[in-house]
Design a protein around this ligand. Structure first.
Ligand code: GRF
Length: 205
């Protein structure tokens, strides 16, 4: 039933999962000093570090990372601000049980600096996406999205903060659906059984 969470930084999404009662068996980072590791440890969650810089190739790093993850035999692996591009072999190993949260309304703005790019494009709504991970970066079947308004005077930082609030609600909800066997994958599309909203529109500034 457990989830392993991969982080590279502050880990606020990981913390939101813990606070929502998601059964997290370990938090693993590619950065030894990632702030989120201390947050997890304080809550009694096992932590691990697999430093990418110690490996000569992506393949070697991903193999070591997978070995560390698999010690916990997780049902699901959740990327939460994990800033590494994963190899096709890694993604294949966790096919159907690897998810990510991305700070844009995919397929708009894959990659980095999503908030700055959303402002530059002049979009009126922005948001976040939880999706299954496939070999192509920030693609993969979309499980759930949340949108927020873009307001006059927004900076990348103010917009990021508004989106992050939604991330902290959306990710636990989507992971709970997975753990409760409520997700139905039909080709490239994901449906949730029952009457759950897969798109949440927040109008709160
Ligand atoms: C979040 O915005 C997440 O969507 C993105 O990276 C950021 C991580 O933040 N993938 P945190 O480490 O969860 O606080």
């Amino acid at each position: 039933m457990s989830v392993v969470v991969l982080i590279s930084g502050r880990g606020s999404n990981m913390q939101a999962l813990l606070e929502a009662g998601i059964p997290v068996s370990a938090v693993i980072s590619n950065i030894a000093g990632a702030a989120g590791l201390a947050v997890a440890a304080r809550r009694g969650v096992a932590t691990g570090v697999v430093e990418h810089r110690r490996f000569a190739t992506r393949e070697a790093f991903d193999a070591a990372l997978a070995a560390e993850i698999d010690r916990h035999a997780p049902r699901l692996v959740a990327l939460a601000g994990f800033l590494r591009v994963l190899t096709p072999a890694f993604v294949a190993h966790y096919a159907g049980r690897l998810v990510n949260i991305h700070p844009s309304l995919l397929p708009e703005f894959p990659g980095l600096d999503t908030h700055g790019r959303a402002l530059a494009a002049g979009v009126k709504r922005h948001g976040c996406t939880v999706h299954f991970v496939t070999a192509e970066l920030d693609h993969g079947p979309i499980i759930a999205q949340a949108s927020v308004p873009v307001l006059p005077g927004d900076t990348p930082a103010t917009l990021a903060a508004r989106v992050l609030q939604q991330e902290h609600q959306l990710y636990p909800r989507a992971i709970r659906w997975f753990l409760d066997d409520e997700l139905v994958i039909e080709g490239d599309k994901v449906r949730v059984k029952g009457n759950h909203a897969q798109m949440v529109a927040s109008d709160r500034a």
